[in-house]
Design a protein around this ligand. Structure first.
Ligand code: KG4
Ligand code: ZN
Length: 336
C-alpha cells in the first residue's frame, strides 16, 4: 500500500469554491467561498458561477495551504471534483488542478462529487461500517446508494425528475424566499405545525423518487389559497413550511425504509446539502430508534458542498492508486 499522503483538494462543481488539505487521512481544514451573487436571480447563473470561481480559486487555495502549514512542495497529489456539476464551474477547478499538478510534478486525482458526499462520513469518527445505505440528497441529485466499500458504491434508487433540494428551492421560491430557499423553509418550519396541511405524496415503482408532482401540487394549493385570502402565505408561513418539509421528508423515508428491508442492512447514513435540514435530521434519529437502525448524520459543514469531502475521497483514491491522466476533463454526469 502507498504511504499516507498529503493532498490538496479543490471543489468547484456549483456555486461554492472550496479547498482543503488532508494529511495522512486527517482533514486539516475546509475553506469555502460562497457565491452570494445568485441570490438575486432565483437560482445559480452558470456564467456568473464560473467567473466567481476564477476570482476565488487562488485565494481559497492559498488560504487552505497557509492554514494547514503546508508548502506546495510537500504535496503528494492534487484532488479535484471532476463532476457532476455545472460545466463551466467544473472547468475552472479541473484546469486549476491540472496546472498545479503539472507544475509540481505530482499526480492528479479525479473525484466524483456524489461519491465524495457519501465519503464525507469518513472525515470524522464515528463512521459507518461497510456495507451501509446512504441517502444522498442535494440540489442536483437524490440517490439511495449501497456503499460496499470506500470506492465501491451502487446507486439503487434515484429521482426520475427533480432532486429533493430542487423541490425545496422551487417551493421556497413560490413562498417568496431568495435562492437557495431550502434553508429558509427549514428555519420557518421550526415554529410551524407539520400536520397543518396535507400534500399528496408521489410513490413510483422500485426505489426511485419523483419530486416534480409535489412541487406542482403546492403551486396549485397556494394559488387557490391566495384567491381565498391574499395574506395566506404571510399569515401561515411557519405551518406551510413545516408541512412542506414534513411531506418531503416522509417521501424520502418511504423508499429508504424499503431499501433497508430489501438489502437487509441496518446502518443508514444521509449526505448532501439537504442532510443539513433540521427536520430530516431529527426525523431520521427518531426513525432510527424505532426501526433499530444505526444512523449516521454528517456535521453541518460537511453537508453542503465542501472540499473536505473531496480531500478524504482523494485520500482513499490515492491509497488505491486511482490517478487521472492529464487528458482528464470535466464530467457533468455522476459516475456512480
Ligand atoms: O450538496 P449541495 O450543497 O449542492 C449540490 O450538490 O447540489 O446541496 C445544495 C442543496 C440546495 O438545494 C439547498 O437548498 C439544500 O441543499 N439545503 C437545504 C438545507 N441546507 C441546504 N435544504 C433544506 N434544508 C436545509 N437546511
Ligand atoms: Zn453537492
Amino acid at each position: 500500500m502507498a504511504k499516507a499522503p498529503t493532498i490538496l483538494a479543490i471543489e468547484s462543481s456549483c456555486d461554492e469554491t472550496s479547498a482543503a488539505v488532508v494529511h495522512q487521512g486527517k482533514v486539516l481544514n475546509n475553506i469555502i467561498a460562497t457565491q452570494a451573487i445568485h441570490k438575486n436571480y432565483g437560482g445559480v447563473v452558470p456564467e456568473l458561477a464560473s467567473r466567481a470561481h476564477i476570482s476565488n480559486i487562488v485565494p481559497v487555495v492559498d488560504t487552505a495551504l497557509k492554514k494547514a502549514g503546508i508548502k506546495q512542495h510537500q504535496l503528494d497529489a492534487i484532488a479535484f471534483t471532476r463532476g457532476p456539476g455545472l460545466l463551466g464551474s467544473l472547468l475552472v477547478g479541473t484546469s486549476f488542478a491540472k496546472a498545479m499538478a503539472l507544475s509540481l510534478h505530482i499526480p492528479l486525482i479525479a473525484v466524483d462529487h456524489m461519491e465524495a458526499h457519501v465519503l464525507a462520513h469518513f472525515i470524522n469518527t464515528p463512521h459507518p461500517e461497510f456495507p451501509f445505505i446512504c441517502l444522498t440528497v442535494s440540489g442536483g441529485h437524490t440517490q439511495l446508494v449501497l456503499v460496499k466499500d470506500y470506492l465501491d458504491m451502487q446507486v439503487i434508487g434515484k429521482t426520475r425528475d427533480d432532486a429533493v433540494g430542487e423541490a425545496f428551492d422551487k417551493i421556497a421560491k413560490l413562498l417568496g424566499f431568495p435562492y437557495p430557499g431550502g434553508p429558509m423553509i427549514d428555519e420557518h418550519a421550526l415554529q410551524g405545525n407539520r400536520l397543518a396541511y396535507v400534500f399528496p405524496q408521489t410513490n413510483i415503482s422500485d426505489l426511485d423518487y419523483s419530486f416534480s408532482g409535489i412541487k406542482t401540487a403546492i403551486r396549485y394549493f397556494l394559488r387557490d389559497a391566495l384567491v381565498a385570502d391574499p395574506d395566506f402565505i404571510k399569515d401561515n408561513l411557519p405551518d406551510i413550511c413545516a408541512s412542506v418539509q414534513h411531506t418531503l421528508v416522509q417521501m424520502l423515508f418511504q423508499k429508504l425504509k424499503t431499501a433497508v428491508k430489501q438489502y437487509n442492512i441496518s446502518q443508514v447514513a444521509i449526505a448532501g446539502g439537504v442532510s443539513a435540514n433540521t427536520g430530516l435530521r431529527q426525523a431520521l434519529q427518531e426513525l432510527g430508534k424505532l426501526q433499530h437502525w444505526q444512523v449516521f448524520i454528517p456535521d453541518f459543514q460537511y453537508c453542503t458542498d465542501n472540499a473536505a469531502m473531496i480531500a478524504i475521497t482523494g485520500h482513499y483514491k490515492y491509497l488505491a492508486g486511482q490517478f487521472a491522466d492529464m487528458k482528464v476533463g470535466p464530467e457533468p454526469r455522476s459516475q456512480i
